[in-house]
Design a protein around this ligand. Sequence first.
Ligand code: ZN
Length: 135
Amino acid sequence: MIEKVDHIGIAVSNLDEALAVYRDTLGLTFCGTEVVAEQKVRVAKLKGGEDTIELLEPTGPDSPIAKFLAKRGPGIHHLCLAVDDIEQTLERFKAKGMRLIDESPRIGAGGCRIAFVHPQSTGGVLIELSEKNES
Ligand code: ZN
């Protein structure tokens, strides 16, 4: 089951410059930064009321975010949907013929279990599925 839109991920080339805009100018609440080694990104989490935005800065040239920036420039990178059972959701999407980037979940920011669905199957939007890791 899809529970809600969890966050929107925005690719940035410089996290400090992006924070000057999103935190200082727009006035979103800064919740901290975290390096997600597996995805080679530094993530800054910001809140606007109930809603979350993640700014994603590559930590190396082989980061998926570095590749995205080189190809498309900074901007909206993905939409994240919170799900209660990520395996079941992936099975369901697979059965419907959707193209999955991750066939099985991996660990994302905040220790969540995540998986990406290819934009080819979703009208051009990279979708992240995220299940909170309760343990
Ligand atoms: Zn995300």
